[in-house]
Design a protein around this ligand. Structure first.
Ligand code: AMP
Length: 402
């Protein structure tokens, strides 16, 4: 991925003491006491902040938090997150109770070189989500440069991800750059064969994803609840399984389209079935064309795991979105665990580039103990999925215009 300026360009072009705004994703989950429950997003921001600090900039952090929809909502203030960031950076982090106007300007100009200030939730202003031109200009007002390090917010054309780039020299942050490079290696210019896993509950939420991937990958592994709909579309009785009967024709179209495009679709040849989705079940393993009518498919079976691992063995690159079964309740996590661990081993052996993300995928791969051994796991959710769907991301496009 090329066409954007990096932090190295920023430091070459901008003198110490300049006020630099960085768009981050500080939308982290908080507990009842205001403590951060999962600091992954803060951790990923640290490399950019350290680089800006070393260069001696006065750093303002822009972010949304929750969905206040243009109103000031005290429970959605970024003040507690500023505190958590201060602990992680090992330096005082100031907080300004507004992201524009005199409040923001005076807080930023009062910073020492290398100082950091979190500006209040951009979504307290209606102009943020409207990508309003006047609000974008106000955000840019007191700064000399803008860095976007929030890939997870890049699918939204908002003032702090998009409009602001009209008014300031714009650069790509370190985490954003790592994400774009991983995505480029996975789908932009991948080493082939390229295999994708698409799992999860429903086809209806992943139609664009299946369409785009079937045009680009060599093998498409379909698992989870959505595989049931494909099996039903092939004429198999899937018993009590989750199945979208309204999607049977769509499933057939996806399979026909994949065939004309030379993409092999791999459906689970066997399944772990049980009478209900509940803890304490002892599943029965059956062939996918022999599911008893009083049972439901809750995971891929052991033969399917062997076939999926073999597909990984013949791949150079793997893209993964969605679990292969109802992984939240053991033992229906087995196929996801075993195949994810296999992909992780091949990645560590240096024979596979593995990139995963979106929805429950991070939780499923971490549950398998495999996430840390993938080449790259995106925590971006919606932005990762939209990118996999082949949609342009306004926040990324705005970086590339520069
Ligand atoms: P998604 O958010 O679309 O990636 O879907 C993830 C959800 O799909 C998880 O909560 C899984 O429990 C669920 N899931 C996966 N396989 C099945 C299945 N065979 N039957 C019911 N739910 C499933």
């Amino acid at each position: 991925m090329t066409g954007f300026k990096t932090l190295d360009d920023l430091t070459a072009q901008t003198p110490a003491g300049a006020i630099v705004l960085i768009r981050a994703d500080l939308n982290v989950p908080l507990d009842e006491t205001g403590g951060v429950r999962d600091a992954t997003r803060l951790e990923r921001l640290l490399p950019s902040l350290q680089k800006l600090r070393q260069a001696g900039y006065r750093i303002g952090i822009l972010s949304h938090f929750g969905r206040p929809k243009g109103h000031v909502v005290d429970a959605m203030s970024l003040a507690p997150v500023a505190k958590a960031l201060s602990a992680r950076m090992g330096q005082a982090v100031a907080f300004a109770p507004d992201c524009i106007g005199e409040t923001a300007a005076s807080a930023l100009s009062a910073l020492p070189e290398g100082g950091i200030c979190v500006l209040e939730n951009t979504r307290f202003h209606a102009g943020e989500e409207a990508d309003d031109a006047a609000f974008s200009k106000a955000l840019a007002g007191c700064a000399e440069a803008y860095v976007n390090d929030a890939f997870s917010a890049a699918h939204r054309a908002h003032a702090s991800t998009h409009g602001i780039t009209q008014h300031l020299p714009t650069y790509c942050g370190a985490a954003m750059q790592a994400e774009l490079e991983a995505l480029e290696a996975a789908l932009g210019a991948p080493q082939r064969p390229l295999v994708a896993v698409v799992g999860g509950a429903k086809i209806s939420t992943k139609l664009d994803l299946l369409g785009n991937l079937s045009a680009k990958v060599d093998v498409l592994v379909i698992g989870g609840g959505m595989a049931n709909t494909f099996l039903a579309a092939q004429g198999h009785d899937v018993g009590k399984s989750l199945c979208e009967t309204a999607m049977l024709d769509t499933a057939r179209e996806i399979m026909a389209q994949a065939e004309t495009r030379g993409c092999r679709i791999l459906l689970p040849c066997d399944a772990a079935v049980a009478p209900e989705f509940a803890a304490g079940q002892t599943p029965e393993i059956v062939a996918s064309d022999a599911v008893p009518s009083d049972q439901m498919i809750l995971d891929a079976g052991p033969e399917a795991v062997i076939e999926i691992c073999a597909a990984f063995d013949s791949a150079a690159t793997l893209i993964w979105n969605g679990p292969l079964g109802a992984f939240e309740i053991a033992p229906f996590d087995r196929a996801t665990n075993q195949t994810a661990q296999h992909a992780a081993q091949r990645t560590q052996a240096g024979t596979l580039i593995s990139v995963a993300g979106g929805g429950d995928t991070v939780a499923a791969l971490n549950h398998a103990g495999a996430g840390p051994n993938f080449t790259y796991v995106s925590t971006a959710g919606g932005a990762f999925l939209e990118w996999l769907e082949g949609k342009p991301l306004p926040g990324v496009t705005a970086l590339q215009k520069n």
